[in-house]
Design a protein around this ligand. Structure first.
Ligand SMILES: *Cc1c(COP(=O)(O)O)cnc(C)c1O
Length: 491
């Protein structure tokens, strides 16, 4: 299995075919594109039948070995077995089985169809990013040990990504994490999750500024290529291919758990921001998993909903980006979207390159087919099963109240966006699975607003804000940041 960039010319793609391990520790391809396999591995009906009996870890192994063909089977089997255990995904709710890893719960079975929740947030940081990041931690440790190498992960976070990365990398040999966050801007719960980690390979840096200042620092340091190389700096942002592919597994799992025969179909609704999660669903569908619809649910930051409705992709300025009560979906552009557009334009890397150049120069592109537009491929979106919808703060409050009242469970704000949009796309005979992307305890302020009481906290999180915290405060100063990294890497 080889990988090419979405912007590679056919000549450069043939010259530089990459293996899974080659792209594991990197981010963007050198030409600015994103990596994808040269073709999607296909899944047969016989395989799906056999997979119905597997544990989550065994299923993850079967799917990943189709993509990571350069990692020996025995190593991959050990890595997946260590990653997907009930001890790691122990925050299952009452009535859910932790051994299922991503348990399904039927909310509604009626004339309008069946509405199901798939819990992806039972890992250590209570958000779905653990599903991929936990595997990444083990894959990194394996790859670094093999090459006797080390890696310093440098990133910025406003919440979920940073804590998922730290919990995945804590204690891993050869890996250090330097994570920037805006000083005193995260919720008390999210701050405590990150800063209470005492592992010596985790460095929390609270930057005196806002999230954009943190991101600018990451860019400034990463743009110094010689510093980056000398200090072995890498990233774990949502465009990382291994993260995307690890997420493919739970679409198979959800399908297999919701059906009894391969003639049946299901649809998924995915609370979406950077298009990483739903991109994995698209890949599962391309592999032959019988997915009917993939519904992207956005909040007020509706870049993706606008594209799927109209064919116009228009990135937002930071002044146009809303701070919402589903903050992990507050994006101005969708960093994984290029992986789908590449497919939509028939895997034409030159077209993809031109379209995303236009995003940089003109803030977007238009595939509606209207006079003067950049193409008419929007008409093909349906072939890939995509639909979309949008949800607002008022919708979130109403949906949290409704789900708590009718089914007795408290969902988080992002999942509420998903349920609201899913209900607009249900069909009799095709179960609609909503991916639960976080547990409510993480976004308690809005739960209190909706229900007038606190969300339940899983065991072990009761007094997290009172734990001792380990972090440094720093001004947004590139030279100070570099000096701090040099000092703590010894490189
Ligand atoms: C990251 C995140 C999302 C958005 O996922 P994408 O892969 O960026 O589309 C949705 N909900 C929660 C809780 C998240 O942490």
């Amino acid at each position: 299995m080889h990988y090419v960039s979405t912007r590679a010319t056919s000549a450069s793609a043939a010259r530089n075919p990459q293996l899974f391990s080659d792209i594991l520790l990197g981010g963007l391809a050198p030409d600015g594109g994103l990596y994808l396999p040269t073709e999607y591995p296909q899944v047969t009906g016989a395989e799906l039948d056999a997979w119905r009996k597997l544990s989550y870890a065994e299923l993850a192994y079967e799917i990943l070995r189709k993509f990571a063909t350069d990692i020996p089977d025995a190593a991959l089997k050990a890595l997946t077995a260590r990653t997907y255990t009930p001890e790691v995904y122990r925050n299952a709710r009452a009535g859910e089985s932790a051994a299922e890893i991503t348990p399904l719960r039927v909310l509604e079975e009626g004339e309008r169809g069946t509405l199901v929740l798939q819990a992806l947030s039972n890992g250590p940081t209570l958000a779905f990013k653990d599903m991929a990041m936990q595997l990444l931690g083990n894959l990194f440790e394996y790859a670094l040990a093999k090459n006797n190498d080390e890696l310093n992960i440098f990133g910025a976070t406003s919440g979920d990504t940073g804590s998922a990365a730290e919990y995945a990398m804590r204690g891993k040999r050869g890996v250090r994490v330097f994570m920037l966050s805006p000083h005193k801007k995260m919720s008390a719960f999210q701050t405590a999750q990150m800063f209470s980690l005492q592992d010596p390979n985790i460095f929390n840096i609270a930057v005196e500024g806002v999230f954009d200042d943190c991101q600018d620092l990451v860019k400034a340091v990463s743009n110094d290529l010689s510093f980056k190389a000398r200090h072995k700096i890498g990233t774990v942002n949502s465009i990382n291919w291994a993260r995307v592919v690890a997420q493919v597994v739970y679409y198979f799992r959800g399908y297999l758990a919701a059906t009894t025969a391969n003639s049946q179909k299901v649809s998924f609704t995915v609370p979406s921001g950077n298009f990483g999660n739903i991109c994995a669903g698209h890949i599962a569908r391309m592999m032959g998993l019988p997915i009917d619809k993939l519904v992207a649910a956005t909040n007020e930051n509706d870049v993706l909903d606008e594209f799927f409705r109209t064919g116009v992709y228009r990135v937002r300025k930071s002044s146009e980006t809303f701070h919402t009560s589903s903050p992990s979906m507050d994006i101005s552009k969708a960093s994984n979207f290029e992986r789908f557009i590449y497919e939509l334009v028939g895997r034409d890397a030159d077209r993809t390159h031109d379209l995303f150049r236009k995003v940089e120069t003109h803030g977007g592109f238009d595939l509606s087919g209207a006079p003067g537009s950049d193409g008419d491929e929007h008409q093909d979106v349906g072939k890939f099963g995509f639909q979309s919808g949008r949800s607002t703060h008022a919708d979130r409050l109403a949906t949290i109240r409704d789900v708590a009242g009718k089914y007795g469970i408290v969902i988080d704000t992002h999942t509420a966006d998903g349920v609201k949009v899913a209900r607009e796309h249900m069909q009799p005979g095709v179960p609609m699975i909503v991916l639960e992307t976080a547990l409510a305890a993480k976004f308690n302020e809005t739960i209190v607003e909706a229900l007038g009481k606190d969300a339940d906290r899983p065991a072990g999180f009761e007094n997290i804000e009172a734990l001792p915290q380990r972090f440094v405060v720093m001004p947004p100063d590139v030279d100070r940041m570099k000096a701090y990294i040099s000092e703590h890497t010894g490189l």
